[in-house]
Design a protein. Structure first.
Length: 308
């Protein structure tokens, strides 16, 4: 699946749907003819609508969905009732009516995917790795991986990285990087096009100057991505300590049960010592956790733009 970065200002519902099927992006900028419907959609709708018209129960059984099965059962019963009460002619006309309605519904549901429609509507507000040159695509993937590491962490969910609005800052940083990479790709392709033509000495000198500018910009952006990756790395390290600390906390919470168990076989002071050891480990790990979280926070704070 291609890496996808979305403009954080897009509507949340659109963002979620586009993120589920990035392979459907980008569509053609123009709305497709007939809403994207093809002769294949018509051919597929014909047998399905015929089944709905005459044997809807078969559709329900094949589909295996509870609602579709119930609809097929009720429709089949209704068609049989028409046949028994009014005869085969009425049954045939009713089945044709259902078939025509089913055909129109199938055609309405076919065509352009909602994801593709959003992509066309929001063109320029998303970037996929397939849209970029290989070097820029690799930088985009590094950015997306680092961002996801932080946002999916238990540390962030539990609010330990206080003072850093990750849900706001990181998507914005990710999008700014993606926009820059898009521009870098555009300029690289522009350069490649210029080099494919007649290159005079003056053109060559200009291209070399522009290529050096691209290298400087790429290095600067790579440093920004490295800072983001450092934050993700510190978060991962703190996450491991946090998981260990939570486990020890759970064990320490069971101290009374262990104390009672040990007191049945050894002296109470030994029992207290065994349980106390767990508590001391938890305290020591808590100090380590505070230090790890603080290091992650400091790495994250470097990503926040300074005002003024």
């Amino acid at each position: 699946m291609s890496t996808l970065v979305l403009d954080p200002s897009l509507p949340e519902g659109h963002r979620r749907l586009m993120a589920t099927r990035p392979e459907l992006l980008p569509p053609a900028p123009e709305r497709p003819a007939w809403g994207g419907r093809t002769p294949g959609d018509v051919l597929a709708a014909l047998p399905l609508s015929a089944l709905w018209g005459f044997l809807p129960l078969v559709v329900g059984l094949v589909h295996r969905g509870r609602r579709v099965l119930l609809a097929g059962l009720l429709l089949q019963a209704a068609l049989l009732a028409v046949w028994i009460r009014y005869g085969s002619t009425a049954f045939f006309l009713a089945a044709l009516t259902v078939q025509a309605a089913a055909f129109l519904v199938h055609l309405a549901l076919a065509g352009e995917s909602p994801v593709a429609a959003y992509g066309r509507r929001h063109r320029g507000r998303y970037v996929t790795a397939t849209m970029l040159e290989p070097l820029d695509a690799a930088l985009l993937e590094r950015t997306a991986d680092a961002t996801a590491t932080v946002l999916r962490s238990r540390l962030d969910r539990d609010g330990l990285l206080d003072g850093i609005a990750n849900r706001v800052i990181l998507p914005r940083q990710e999008w700014e990087i993606a926009e820059t990479l898009t521009e870098l790709t555009r300029l690289r392709r522009e350069q490649a096009g210029a080099r494919s033509g007649r290159v005079t000495e003056r053109i060559s000198a200009m291209l070399e100057s522009q290529e050096e500018a691209l290298k400087v910009a790429t290095r600067a952006l790579a440093l920004r991505i490295s800072a983001l990756e450092e934050y993700a790395l510190r978060t991962e390290e703190a996450e491991e300590v946090y998981a260990e600390w939570r486990t020890l906390q759970d064990l320490a919470d069971d101290g009374d049960a262990y104390r009672e168990l040990l007191s049945r076989t050894v002296r109470d002071d030994l029992a207290a010592g065994e349980v106390g050891e767990l508590t001391e480990r938890a305290r020591g790990l808590q100090a380590s956790l505070r230090e790890s979280v603080e290091q992650a926070r400091l790495a994250g704070l470097t990503l926040i733009p300074q005002e003024g």
